[in-house]
Design a protein around this ligand. Structure first.
Ligand SMILES: Cc1cc2nc3c(=O)[nH]c(=O)nc-3n(C[C@H](O)[C@H](O)[C@H](O)COP(=O)(O)O)c2cc1C
Length: 184
C-alpha cells in the first residue's frame, strides 16, 4: 500500500506548453471540485475562469496577479479564481469553514487536472482589492481564496533563471514527526 498515484504525481509547475483546454475539459475540473465534502454540505465555493484563447478575459485574471506570478501564469491554458461564500445559505450565519471547504474543493480540482494530464498551480499572490473590483465581487458576501493556473507542464527552460531553478529542484515536505502526534 502506498500513497495514491494522483496525490503522489500532483505538483505545481510554472512552465506550461502552448495547449488549449476545451470547455468540456474545463467543466470536468469543476465537476470534480463539486464533490468535495463541506460543512453542512453548504458547497460555499464559487469559481470564475477564462481560457487562454479568450485573451481579453484571460488578461483580466492575469492582471490581478502579483507580478511574480504573472511572469509564468501567462503561459497557462486556463486561469481560475476561487472564492468562498462567507455565510451559510440557511439562516445567513457566518460559515467559518467556507475557506477550508473551498480549499478542499480546490485540491480535488488539482487532482482531477492531474488525472486529465494537466497540472494546476494555486496562487495566493494576487491583489485582493483589484480582484474584487475587476470581477464585480461583493466583498461582504465572498472571500477570495486563490487563483489557479492550469495547463500541461512544459520545458522549464522557457522560464527566467530563478524560476527555472525552483521548477527543477526536488519537492520537499516536513517529516511526519513534525506534523503528527499520536495521543495515547
Ligand atoms: C493557498 C496557496 C497559495 C499559493 N500561492 C502561490 C503563489 O502565489 N505563487 C506560487 O508560485 N505558488 C503558490 N502556491 C504553490 C505552493 O508554493 C506549492 O503548492 C508548494 O510549494 C508545494 O509545491 P507542490 O504543489 O509542487 O507540491 C500556493 C499554494 C497554495 C495552496
Amino acid at each position: 500500500m502506498g500513497i495514491a498515484r494522483l496525490i503522489k504525481t500532483r505538483w505545481s509547475p510554472r512552465a506550461f506548453i502552448d495547449h488549449s483546454i476545451t470547455p468540456d475539459e474545463a467543466e470536468l475540473l469543476f465537476a470534480a471540485a463539486r464533490w468535495a465534502p463541506s460543512s453542512m454540505n453548504e458547497q460555499p465555493w464559487k469559481y470564475y475562469y477564462a481560457l487562454k484563447e479568450d485573451s481579453e478575459q484571460f488578461k483580466l485574471f492575469l492582471d490581478c496577479l502579483k507580478p511574480g506570478n504573472q511572469v509564468w501564469a501567462k503561459n497557462a491554458s486556463m486561469l481560475i479564481l476561487s472564492t468562498a461564500r462567507k455565510n451559510f445559505d440557511y439562516k445567513g450565519k457566518i460559515n467559518r469553514h467556507a475557506m477550508h471547504d473551498t480549499g478542499a474543493a480546490n485540491v480535488l480540482l488539482c487532482l482531477q487536472a492531474n488525472e486529465m494530464g494537466f497540472q494546476a498551480h494555486q496562487m495566493g499572490g494576487f491583489e485582493p482589492d483589484k480582484t474584487y473590483e475587476s470581477f464585480g465581487i461583493d466583498n461582504e458576501k465572498f472571500d477570495l481564496v486563490s487563483f489557479i493556473a492550469v495547463g500541461k507542464p512544459g520545458d522549464p527552460s522557457i522560464l527566467p533563471e530563478d524560476l527555472r531553478k525552483s521548477e527543477i529542484k526536488p519537492r520537499v515536505r516536513k517529516s511526519l514527526n513534525d506534523i503528527v502526534s499520536r495521543i495515547n
